[in-house]
Design a protein around this ligand. Sequence first.
Ligand SMILES: Nc1ncnc2c1ncn2[C@@H]1O[C@H](COP(=O)(O)OP(=O)(O)OP(=O)(O)O)[C@@H](O)[C@H]1O
Ligand SMILES: [Mg+2]
Length: 273
Amino acid sequence: MAEVLEVHGLTITAKDTNRVLVRDSSFSVDAGETLCLIGESGSGKTLTGKALLGMLPDGLLMAGELSFGGEVMSGYGKKEWRQVRGRRIGVIYQHPEQALHPAIPIGRQLVDLLRSHLPVTRHAAEASARAMLDKVSLKDTDRLMKSYPFQLSGGMNQRVMVAMALLLKPELLIADEPTSALDVTTQSEIIALLQGLVAEEQLSMLFITHDLLLAGELADTIAVMKQGEIVEQGTAAAVMHRPKHAYTKQLLNCRSSFRFTSEEGAYLYVGNR
Ligand SMILES: Nc1ncnc2c1ncn2[C@@H]1O[C@H](COP(=O)(O)OP(=O)(O)OP(=O)(O)O)[C@@H](O)[C@H]1O
Ligand SMILES: [Mg+2]
């Protein structure tokens, strides 16, 4: 399968302290594949995602090579990043307010986004926006187009953010803990929605989470980060059932639903108990 994203030796350092926040990290995402980046808080997951969107904060220095669709992005300037971010690489965050403007109706935000990238009429853009809201299973799209984010529930706003991220038909979706702030039921609804859309659109996804069980459900491949380094990566089955690194084993042992069985010599899912 063709590689959509390739990251080689990504290293991110704080300029003032020289502290290395992400060290020599390499991974790739194939077309239609989901890579889950997991790890403890502060391990460098969000910074990795930001580097791939050209959104690293000013005080940080990046080294290494980022390729997307066969093109090297690591030397991109502001203008080139603007053509990729949101357009060819979509992004969803933990909190919808990171992506949605609080004082602009949902419909106008979607229409403006489309028209800022594509030469489409307002009428055509509105039709696409409605179709996209429908695709993320939001009902009553006429009313929704006129609503402000504060008039919607957290789960609905999360769906609007997914609609916004997919509106321009990106090749890659970066999702940074998109369900961590939601209740369990809404969380599984949003995950099911993402799984469906990823399969339907043949999207590649980089899904960032600290939840290994969720990663096991979603991922084709998993990369485990600890203190800025990828300590283990492989297929979801290999990482979940035959982890090599002590840190991955520790993550699995924290979850009561996994037990190491000496007969099988593997970690097996035994359900919640
Ligand atoms: N602008 C910055 N300047 C200096 N250090 C930073 C900056 N942003 C993040 N860091 C540091 O980089 C490290 C990695 O941060 P990052 O946000 O990527 O962690 P994370 O894995 O996403 O954690 P979480 O699971 O809590 O979201 C942390 O130690 C953080 O304090
Ligand atoms: Mg983070």
